[in-house]
Design a protein around this ligand. Structure first.
Ligand code: ZN
Length: 403
């Protein structure tokens, strides 16, 4: 028995996640740029800058980044701390490049980037216009089996950082953690109501807080908000917060707008590369635009890369998300106005966390007079919160029953 426990403990320790905090080297391996870390890394983002042409690689969670600067066929490689929690590697390019491929080493300690020469136009279109996020399978380590199948192993939540939001609710790690994301914020107001000028960013924040209060009061979940002030967060950082906290569920709160002011009621969206209808597609392009400021896309991964990111882990996550969406639509119905066929699919950037079940809840239309009155009243906000809270409780009760 004691030996069994010792074995289990040693296995647990072997799988305890340790995350990179230092870059130990940057090297050139043929045409590939290899960044080495002291431990497995969660991910990085890559983007281009012009005048002169540069490629920058940002890695979060790194507080030590000293490596030898060097010249290479690609360009001059240099870097250091960008801020106290982010390292930046910069390549002063001899010629414009594009990111043709990337991968993480099997031990997770190296990020390998294939940078291929390209035209200035291609460089501008692919790397300057898009910040591409490269996510390592941080929470699910896949182990190949002889039959060619893969299994996913859920690991403990990643290291927390001082930049992460407060977790509300009973301090019990067994309680599921739900991250509520108030859409938009700061210089991005979202939709503006033609009836009294209410801003989506204010309505979503008030609803997010009502949801937090309701869930905390239920005692059935812990809750964190991606923002609790009027601040701007790029879309990929919204789900990055949920991933870093090891959230069990991510709910992004929004309010819709339409040309037709008669359009009303709530809709629940889950991720799909293929939109369920034209309206869902228009919604995705509207919501994904939150990251485009002054013509620079701050958050979105390029189309090619975002497809690569939808791997096996994400398929499973997408199924759980879809189940929760059905539940949310059902529970919302007894509390508020919900559209017919309320569960839709769209390629929404904020839902792209590969390992956190995520939904985007369009709570109603700011262009509809009744909806805006309901959504901006505290009574209405409490009803929305009630619907979400019931769905969350049923969702986790079901999961526990299935264990
Ligand atoms: Zn929105």
């Amino acid at each position: 028995m004691a030996a069994m426990i010792a074995l289990i403990l040693s296995l647990l320790i072997a799988y305890m996640p340790v995350h990179a905090s230092a870059i130990t080297g940057v090297r050139l391996q043929g045409d590939e740029l290899v960044v080495d870390f002291d431990a497995p890394v969660e991910g990085a983002s890559v983007f281009g800058l012009q005048g002169p042409d540069r490629v920058a690689i940002d890695v979060d969670g790194i507080n030590h980044a000293s490596f030898a600067e060097r010249d290479s066929a690609l360009g001059y490689v240099r870097g250091g701390q960008f801020d106290e929690d982010t390292a930046r590697i910069v390549v002063d390019l001899h010629q414009p490049v594009t990111l043709s491929d990337f991968r993480f080493a099997d031990d997770g300690r190296s990020l390998i980037l294939a940078l291929a020469r390209t035209s200035a136009t291609d460089f501008a279109r692919k790397l300057v216009a898009n910040r591409q996020s490269l996510l390592a399978p941080a929470m699910a380590r896949r182990v190949a089996e002889p039959g060619g199948y893969s299994v996913s192993m859920k690991l403990a939540p990643p290291r927390t950082s001082r930049n992460l939001p407060t977790i509300y609710g009973r301090d019990d790690p067994r309680l599921p953690l739900v991250v509520i994301d108030a859409g938009h914020g700061g210089h991005d107001p979202g939709a503006v109501s033609p009836h009294g000028g209410k801003l989506e960013k204010d309505v979503t924040l008030a609803i997010a807080k009502a949801v937090r209060d309701k869930l905390v009061a239920s005692g059935q979940a812990r809750v964190a908000l991606t923002r609790d002030t009027d601040s701007f967060i790029v879309l990929q950082n919204r789900y990055a917060i949920a991933r870093k906290l090891g959230a069990d569920l991510f709910i992004s709160i929004h309010a819709d707008s339409a040309e037709n002011q008669a359009a009303s009621g709530a809709t629940v969206y889950t991720l799909s590369e293929v939109a369920s209808d034209r309206e869902a597609q228009r919604l995705a392009s509207r919501e994904n635009k939150a990251d485009i400021i002054n013509g620079i896309n701050l958050g979105a991964a390029g189309d090619d890369l975002s497809s690569i990111l939808i791997d096996l882990t994400q398929r499973e996550t997408m199924n759980i998300s879809a189940d929760f969406a059905e539940l949310l639509a059902r529970e919302a119905k007894s509390n508020m106005r919900v559209k017919a066929n309320p569960h839709r699919f769209a390629s929404l950037m904020v839902l792209k966390a590969p390992d956190t079940p995520s939904v985007l809840f369009e709570t109603g239309y700011l262009t509809n007079e009744d909806d805006v009155a309901f959504l901006s009243s505290s009574a209405g906000q409490r009803r929305v919160a009630q619907g979400i809270s019931s769905a969350v409780q049923v969702h986790f009760a079901k999961k526990i029953a299935l264990r």
